[in-house]
Design a protein around this ligand. Structure first.
Ligand SMILES: [Zn+2]
Ligand SMILES: [Zn+2]
Length: 207
């Protein structure tokens, strides 16, 4: 069994909890995709990206995540009308969970949110098990991050399927159970803004 892991935004207004936190119950990966990079830049939080533009993400079951404080300071952003829901705080623009709709149950939380001073993501979850989407990495793509990583993909699918089968979708931290509508306000980037953000992303950022 894992332990309760606290997550918090940079300023501490928003606090959440992940139950049953352990290496085995989550999937921790580094994602170099251009969307994750664009999201960080849109938030003004490029400080969360690694030197190659990677986002360190801890994927958990939706039902394991809940917010204890600051719910009024959570909002969602979609880079395109059908893109991932990327939830973040409005106090300090900290990402607090990427999700699809409830049909594909997972929440990807930026690992730094678990570094609270009394605990660290590395202690809770171990190091990332792999990296993906290296073709968008800035500079030389990190080893193993390009091409299809079949073991990593199968591990992610097994996790999500397992959560779905074991009823770990609900209660979902970001969707209402019956209506399946978002709990928090959601905005969608304009195509022009999404395009403008590309200049920050890899493999060859222009700014
Ligand atoms: Zn905050
Ligand atoms: Zn990504």
């Amino acid at each position: 069994m894992g332990i309760q892991a606290e997550l918090r935004c940079r300023c501490g207004e928003v606090v959440g909890v992940v139950t049953d936190a352990s290496r085995q119950t989550v999937n921790r990966i580094v994602c170099y995709c251009d969307d994750c990079q664009a999201f960080a830049h849109q938030l003004g939080r490029a400080d969360l990206l690694d030197a190659h533009g990677g986002s360190d993400i801890v994927q958990v079951a939706p039902a394991s995540l809940s917010f204890a404080k600051g719910q009024g300071r959570i909002a969602g952003l979609r880079l395109t009308p059908k893109g991932l829901y990327r939830w973040h705080t409005t106090c300090c623009n900290t990402p607090v969970g990427n999700t699809m709709g409830p049909a594909i149950p997972f929440v990807g939380i930026v690992a730094q949110a678990f570094d609270t001073g009394t605990q660290r993501a590395d202690q809770l979850f171990g190091a990332p098990v792999g990296a993906i989407m290296g073709k968008y990495a800035i500079g030389e793509p990190p080893a193993g991050s390009t091409g299809l990583n079949l073991p990593l993909l199968l591990r992610a699918i097994a996790k999500v399927l397992g959560w779905r089968l074991r009823g770990r979708t609900w209660p979902h931290p970001f969707f209402k159970p019956k209506a399946r509508e978002p709990v928090y306000p959601v905005s969608v980037l304009s195509p022009a803004r999404r395009e403008a953000l590309r200049q920050h992303g890899g493999p060859h950022p222009q700014v």
